[in-house]
Design a protein around this ligand. Structure first.
Ligand code: AVJ
Length: 320
């Protein structure tokens, strides 16, 4: 049994892209939110990133889930698995297999902003898991949590370290909204990249093959296509920097020369000075104690913490 619920359509997306681009490119310093990286090409580039030797988060989190999925299924007795930002949902299968193996699971609810990514994930999983009820939800995880289908014994998985894309105020709002959408006793399974040596962190966001640089510039191609702008992506250099005060990686695009960009659909011309930087992403890194406190402040109790032997990535299992 498979269905799709839409809380976002093309018009909502177009409207929020326009708002984000206008607000971000007229702000000082300039910024754009990372969610606009992920058109079809950007999603493929991200898949390439996950296979880079420098990019450890995906394979490290997968190993943690491989080692602990059975334990997570035992502790949670999940009847419904909800996955936020499900993407290709490859790691989800580890959880689905373990929860089905326990005999508790009946339903899977993936939520993603991208209807096309969601459809292909839902189609593939429907074939692989014929007994499971699958309800895809097209929505924005910072706006549509209250529309999650009700269920009992739900586990909400938010994996990959994507929580790190939110600034602290957004993170706390997100966790508070999520807590409000859950019944006491339900679970959050949260993947978080940990603070570590910048000599490991920076190359993960500035790989030798230049894939992350292309991924970063892709947001300019998205704006060119969707809003009829004339960015020259090659006139921007990729920058990845560790911010030790905020404990986050910042990705930026640095204008190689003084230039003007016209965004036709916004009737907006934006000037860049030579060397001016546009922030395109933050990827916050976490410490167990800090994350435990953030979870507690939003009404979640950390029950288990799973990590790899090097303590590079953490998977928190917290209870509402
Ligand atoms: C998908 C948000 C988890 O922050 O590591 C990868 C995105 N950006 N390389 C991350 C990303 C540059 C990724 N997340």
């Amino acid at each position: 049994m498979t269905s799709l619920e839409k809380h976002l359509d093309e018009r909502d997306l177009a409207r929020s892209l326009r708002t984000d681009v206008r607000d971000g490119l007229t702000a000082t310093p300039k910024r754009l939110p990372p969610k606009w990286f992920y058109d079809a090409r950007g999603s493929l580039l991200f898949e390439d990133i996950t296979r880079l030797p420098e990019y450890y988060p995906t394979r490290t989190e997968r190993a943690i889930l491989e080692a602990n999925a059975a334990e997570i299924a035992r502790i949670t007795e999940a009847k419904t698995l909800v996955e936020l930002g499900s993407g290709s949902s490859e790691k989800t299968r580890l959880l689905l297999d373990a929860m089905l193996g326990r005999g508790t699971l009946g339903a899977f609810v993936p939520l993603d902003v991208s209807e096309s990514a969601l459809r292909s994930a839902v189609d593939a999983l429907t074939v692989a898991y014929p007994g499971l009820s699958i309800t895809g939800v097209v929505g924005d995880l910072t706006r549509h949590l209250r529309h999650l289908p009700d269920g009992d014994s739900r586990v909400v998985a938010f994996l990959g370290g994507t929580i790190g894309n939110l600034i602290p105020a957004e993170r706390s709002a997100f966790l508070t909204d999520l807590r409000a959408a859950l019944h006491p006793g339900e679970w959050l399974l949260l993947g978080a990249d940990q603070v570590k040596d910048p000599a490991v962190l920076v190359p993960a966001y500035d790989d030798a093959a230049g894939i992350t640089a292309e991924f970063n510039r892709n947001v300019l191609r998205v704006i060119n296509r969707e809003l009829r702008a004339d960015f020259d992506p090659l006139a921007f250099d990729h920058v990845a920097r560790w911010d030790p005060d905020h404990e986050w990686i910042e990705m930026r695009l640095r204008s190689t020369r003084a230039q003007q960009v016209h965004i036709h659909d916004l009737n907006l011309t934006v000037g860049f000075a030579e060397g001016e930087e546009l922030r395109t992403e933050i990827s916050a890194k976490f410490r167990r104690a800090g994350l435990t406190a953030e979870l507690a402040a939003s009404g979640f109790a950390l029950r288990h913490w799973f990590a790899d032997p090097r303590d590079w990535f953490g998977v928190a299992l917290a209870q509402a």
